[in-house]
Design a protein around this ligand. Structure first.
Ligand code: ADP
Length: 484
């Protein structure tokens, strides 16, 4: 494909430091693969500790100037970046499909969603408020003001290469923080192109660095230890999140953690089953199931389980799987052979323990990391797939009897990110949504992410909230000034 060759040839492949492209000091590079073919797409610069130090030097130098820049000016740069991403929508979408595998239509959706954080936080930048009041004791006045936290390290995952970056970069820049971003090794290309967008939008040098690497810890460990870093924001697995939280503790860094999920999709006996199946397809299959909000477990009231299962199976069987850039493809490859191995193993474990395969169940032969859209039924409670994040196109269905049992089943996990419930009874919807232990509940909806809503989890799903009006608070410190 000629356009792809041209797109890759024009792509910035070096590190973004000080507002410019710069090779890694060691001049090392690493390959980025296309998961639909396993082939190498391109080589990009591989940042090491010395590059991290350079980037943090620049961020620390730029911090006070950026914090003092009028919020209207910061907002206008973010707004301009939004315009530029939208203008290059096709390039961003194709890059994401190439490096991550998602179908082109989903990549285009992510460009709009990911860019929207830039516009949203451009609007939030000028609405950071403080507080002024009198002490109830009568002895003095209280002035409360908000200030940027300071230089931030962002570590992002591969599943939403643009949106997981902009959901952190936009509020940080809006708040007046500088930021060093380490994108996932699997998908650095989208962030490298975003670096170009910010350079073109007029972001001052040093405010944003983008440092891809094939080996994260040697780059990030010294940054955690550097007393100029003030905060870390991470999206990724709970296992890595715990390591980073422990590292943050050494210098009591502020930390925002968007970690793993194990979202229940609960269908009550009074649900509109066709709507529930539509929602299930979106909640399960968006991004080939590689999302922390993906429906992981389907708990269906036994009164409607047979109908729901039959309809979902039919829809899953009809899906078109293939390379994301081809017309009509609805399901792309998984990100890697390792990820496909994990999915295969979870399905094997479930069937060995008694689950039945209604459709799919196996990897697809040939090039690329494809796996069949799969429905498992009669999944026993001891199956690992009900406890662990699948990150793949597998729906595991299990039954329950009545509302109370449905809530217990839904909450039976150490995670607490998203949950989905289907019911036509408004009282039940509110009662269950309020009872569930999680950060986000979709009521009769299969997709809940919204730039204007707070995203985040409880329990082992994380700390803090991104997006919404809450998102900028993660990058602000509260200062109290006592007045006579
Ligand atoms: P996944 O298993 O989905 O790849 P991870 O949690 O392993 O999720 O990775 C999310 C991000 O965290 C990626 O950018 C990855 O490079 C980074 N990462 C993984 N391990 C570490 C580590 N020890 N220190 C810093 N970053 C890490």
């Amino acid at each position: 494909m000629r356009e792809v060759a041209e797109l890759l040839a024009a792509l910035p492949t070096e590190l973004w430091i000080g507002g410019e492209q710069a090779p890694a000091l060691a001049e090392s590079t690493f390959p980025v693969h296309n998961p639909a073919t396993g082939e190498v797409l391109i080589e990009v610069a591989d940042a090491a500790a010395a590059d991290g130090a350079r980037a943090l030097d620049a961020a620390a130098v730029a911090q006070s100037g950026w914090a003092a820049t009028p919020s209207r000016v910061r907002a206008e740069i973010l707004r301009r970046a939004w315009e530029l991403v939208i203008a290059r929508r096709d390039d961003f979408a194709m890059l994401m499909t190439l490096e991550m595998g998602k179908p082109l239509a989903e990549s285009q959706g992510e460009v709009d969603y990911g860019a929207e954080f830039l516009r949203w936080f451009a609007e939030e930048a000028v609405r950071v408020h403080g507080r002024y009041t009198h002490s109830p004791s009568g002895n003095g006045r209280i002035l409360v003001t908000k200030q940027p936290v300071g230089p931030v390290l962002a570590i992002t995952p591969w599943n939403f290469p643009l949106a997981m970056g902009t959901r952190k970069i936009a509020p940080a820049l809006a708040a007046g923080c500088t930021m060093v971003v380490k994108p996932a090794a699997e998908t650095p290309l989208t962030m490298l192109l975003l670096g170009q967008v910010f350079a073109d939008a007029g972001l001052p040098p040093g405010v944003l660095a983008i440092l891809p690497t094939a080996d994260a810890a040697p780059l990030t460990d010294p940054l955690f230890a550097d007393d100029r870093l003030r905060k870390v924001t991470f999206t990724g697995s709970t296992g890595v999140g715990k390591i980073l939280l422990a590292q943050s503790a050494t210098r009591v860094l502020r930390a925002s953690m968007e970690l793993g999920g194990n979202a229940p999709f609960v269908v009550f006996a009074d649900a509109d089953i066709d709507a529930a199946v539509d929602g299930a397809m979106a909640a399960k299959m968006r991004n080939t199931g590689e999302a922390c909000t993906a429906a992981n477990r389907f708990h269906v009231d036994n009164a409607v389980r047979a109908e729901f299962t039959a309809k979902l199976t039919e829809r899953m069987r009809a899906l078109k799987v293939g390379p994301g850039h081809l017309d009509g493809v609805q399901v792309g490859p998984l990100i890697s052979e390792k990820q496909r191995g994990t999915v295969t193993e979870l399905v094997r474990d479930a069937t060995e323990k008694g689950a039945l395969v209604a459709t799919g169940g196996a990897r697809i032969a040939g090039e690329g990391y494809f796996f069949e859209p799969t429905v498992l039924t009669e999944v026993p409670a001891e199956a690992r797939i009900l406890r662990e994040e699948v990150f793949g196109p597998v729906a595991a269905i299990t039954g329950f009897d009545g509302e109370a049992e449905g809530i217990i089943a839904a909450d039976n996990t150490e995670f607490g990110l998203a949950a989905y419930i289907y019911t036509t009874d408004l009282d039940r919807a509110l009662r269950v949504a309020e009872a569930l232990e999680c950060g986000m509940v979709g009521v009769n909806r299969g997709v809940i992410s919204d730039v204007a809503a707070p995203f985040g989890g409880v329990k082992e799903s994380g700390l803090g909230r991104e997006a919404g009006t809450e998102g900028i608070e993660e990058y602000l410190e509260t200062k109290y000034i006592a007045l006579p």
